[in-house]
Design a protein around this ligand. Structure first.
Ligand SMILES: [Fe+2]
Length: 339
């Protein structure tokens, strides 16, 4: 079935938080910069061209929505004309643009935008080239990071949702936004129709242009959050690996004073292969630093991983928590506190 549109990127996430001063402080330590702050709205940016990458509104803790980018105004109109999406509105946030909105089957907000302009003060920040083994990219250039500097975030990269019906959610995103599955996690044999689907990583279909291994991922809410659908985590791509580790160091230094909580990291994932580090904000909404993820075009078929037998179709493609890094605490990862 042809999707209504194929989204070409993700742009920002929107969270509801009880105290925007506290959230702003957390996001600054996490690596963002304040763009705009009022009594009930906070906009934060990274080093990339997007005018903002996290939007926070004041209120009870809640994940409000994630924002995808349409390839054209016509695509936005196509979505807006479909049953689930709203009329197109003009955005009043920095960069302008247009938006249409919907709710997914879990009641999670989805925004699709077009025409948000890049920030006017944007200038490209490049990572230092990396020397690895015989792959020498940096000669006569000294690598230095100022001690205590905040990590550099490039962009909002993906988000995770605890879902009450992963198949239904995937089908909805496939139909509306052209999302395609990258890896499915099964609690047993995927060939057996009685096997429960425990997780799914899904990506944008950009044809032959590579996309992140996942822009969205679902875990089973019954296991994660007592059947309550909502936020598992939001994830941000860092400039490079140093920024993941520098972020880890800074948040470790601040965690007691500011009530941050290390959830899991630093390690390297299996599905997506990113180097990751997960932190809970004072409102327990998990934010991930990540870098060096897999990029796939639309020719790569979906992987099916048996979580009981640890088989994933490719040697070493285990579903287990990480390729390296500390053990995951399955009691807390994506539990109900951040939903
Ligand atoms: Fe993630």
């Amino acid at each position: 079935m042809e999707p209504i549109i194929k989204a070409k990127d993700v742009q920002y996430c929107t969270l509801q938080c009880p105290d925007l001063d506290v959230q702003e402080q957390f996001l600054i330590h996490f690596g963002m910069h304040t763009v705009e702050k009022t009594e009930d709205l906070l906009l934060m940016r990274g080093e990339g061209p997007q005018p903002f990458i996290e939007k926070c509104v004041k209120g009870d803790k809640k994940f409000v929505s994630a924002t995808f980018v349409a390839a054209s105004k016509e695509d936005l109109e196509k979505l807006s004309n479909s049953d689930d999406f709203s009329d197109i509105e003009e955005l009043s946030t920095p960069g302008g643009g247009y938006v249409t909105k919907a709710m997914d089957p879990d009641g999670i907000g989805v925004e699709v935008v077009f025409g948000i302009e890049e920030r006017s003060d944007f200038s490209e920040v490049s990572p230092y080239p990396t020397n690895e083994g015989t792959n020498i990219n940096r000669v006569n250039q000294i690598k230095r990071y100022p001690k205590g500097s905040y990590p550099k975030i490039i962009r909002f990269a993906h988000y995770g949702i605890n879902s009450n019906n992963i198949s239904l959610a995937l089908e909805w995103y496939q139909r509306h936004l052209g999302i395609i599955p990258s890896d499915k996690l099964w609690f047993g044999d995927s060939e057996d129709s009685n096997t429960p689907l425990m997780g799914c990583f899904a990506r944008l279909d950009r044809g032959s242009t590579p996309a992140d291994h996942h822009s969205i991922f679902w875990l089973d809410a019954k296991n994660q959050s007592e059947g309550v659908p909502g936020l598992n985590h939001v994830s941000f791509e860092m400039l490079n690996i140093d920024d993941v580790f520098m972020g880890h160091e800074i948040l470790q230094q601040k965690k007691e004073e500011f009530d941050y909580e290390l959830e899991w990291g630093v390690g390297r994932h299996y599905q997506g292969s990113q180097i990751f580090d997960y932190w809970r904000s004072p409102f327990k909404q998990t934010h991930e630093h990540q870098t060096d993820g897999d990029m796939l075009d639309n020719s790569v078929p979906c992987g099916h991983i048996n979580m009981i037998e640890n088989t994933g179709g490719m040697p070493g493609d285990a579903p287990g928590p990480s390729q390296w890094g500390p053990p995951i605490n399955l009691e807390t990862f994506g539990d109900k506190r951040g939903v």
